[in-house]
Design a protein around this ligand. Structure first.
Ligand code: FE2
Length: 353
């Protein structure tokens, strides 16, 4: 794959400082069962809960954590609740990509002044562990970004949540942090959303792939990647491109019924261990033909891992100017063919495979 790298000059001052990803919240049809699945299949620990037992009567949320990754699984307790409406339209999916900031008031005010659409004005939550400040803006589809300021908070997640522990044992999977979050947008929407992240949050355009790069008989897409000032938050934005068959992006948009989050890429520092464990737990992955491994080293050069081990586990290999990466994609995580996980181990490469 020919990759056209277009690095733009970094500004001397980051005018929209983000410390990283705070959490990713899914709206789901059955939060309890989803939480059990992500715990038992993917090795997340249950750390906090909010629901009727804690005095919250409209929704229930389970907070799962693994190293620096925090997932929140939220379901509605009544059919007229907006969470239920979201699930009816989209199926289970990502509603919130929450971003960790030092100053919620500044982030919200700046984003809105630069053209973002407000979703929820700044508010402060408080309990005996301190305060958390939150505010939200809209992005593509029905997805939102919530800014989270938690420097005055020592509780398990946020005020209103109580500590919870695991249902039985949790497998050791070794997932570390969110590497990137990918959005699928409508045909013609990619440049608009790239501009949104550039204008509103000062993101830089990292990479452009066009349909000559990512095009097969079966699928085609166009993708641009934007990244924040410190490089911890990376958002590839995809739009469909014409292929002989319907593109995977179009299929996503048909089933999700709008733009939305396509995948979360989660980093590990031992992908062989991680994928062995995930496969043992029953996680399904996309397959590449065995013939892929006959020629892959001619394309990517020497690697430290045993090729046979990667072939056994069906792990993909790619290389850029700075090194290589190992990656694999799960099948969809819910009934509709929409959101999935990528597991990635970077060995110097900063591209996306
Ligand atoms: Fe990815």
């Amino acid at each position: 794959m020919d990759t056209l790298i277009k690095s733009q000059q970094q500004n001397a001052v980051d005018t929209f400082p983000l410390k990283g990803t705070d959490h990713v919240e899914f709206y789901v049809g059955n939060a309890k069962q989803a939480a059990f699945y992500y715990q038992k299949a993917f090795g997340f620990n249950l750390v906090a809960y909010r629901g009727p037992e804690t005095g919250h009567r409209e929704t229930v949320s389970y907070v799962l954590q693994q190293d620096k990754i925090r997932l929140v699984l939220t379901g509605a307790l009544a059919p007229e609740h907006p969470v239920a409406e979201h699930v009816r339209l989209h199926g289970d999916g990502v509603k919130v990509l929450a971003l960790w900031v030092d100053d919620v008031e500044y982030a919200f005010r700046t984003a809105v002044a630069r053209g973002a659409e407000a979703y929820e004005a700044p508010r402060t939550l408080e309990d005996e562990h301190g305060t958390v400040k939150l505010a939200s803006i809209r992005t593509y589809g029905e997805t939102i970004h919530t800014f989270v300021e938690r420097k005055a908070y020592s509780g398990p997640f946020m005020p209103g949540f109580e500590v919870r522990s695991n249902w039985g044992t949790v497998p050791d999977v070794g997932l570390k942090f969110v590497d990137h979050c990918v959005g699928n947008v409508e045909l013609g929407g990619m440049d608009r959303w790239v501009k949104f992240y550039q204008d509103v949050m000062g993101f830089k355009l990292l990479v452009t792939f066009d349909d000559k790069d990512i095009s097969t008989e079966y699928t085609a897409l166009m993708s641009k990647v934007v990244s924040n000032g410190n490089g911890y938050v990376k958002f590839p934005i995809n739009e469909p491109a014409k292929g002989l068959k319907k593109s995977q992006i179009e299929e996503y948009l048909d089933f999700y019924r709008s733009a939305g989050v396509q995948h979360l890429a989660i980093a590990t520092d031992d992908i062989i261990h991680t994928i062995q464990q995930l496969r043992a737990n029953g996680v399904d992955f996309l397959r590449v033909p065995d013939t892929y491994y006959e020629t892959v080293l001619e394309r990517v050069g020497a690697i430290e891992e045993e090729l046979e081990a990667l072939k056994q586990l069906n792990i993909l290999i790619d290389r850029d100017e700075e090194g290589y990466l190992l990656q694999i994609f799960t099948k969809p995580l819910q009934d509709r063919p929409t959101v999935f996980f990528e597991i990635i181990q970077r060995k110097g490469a900063r591209s996306f495979g």
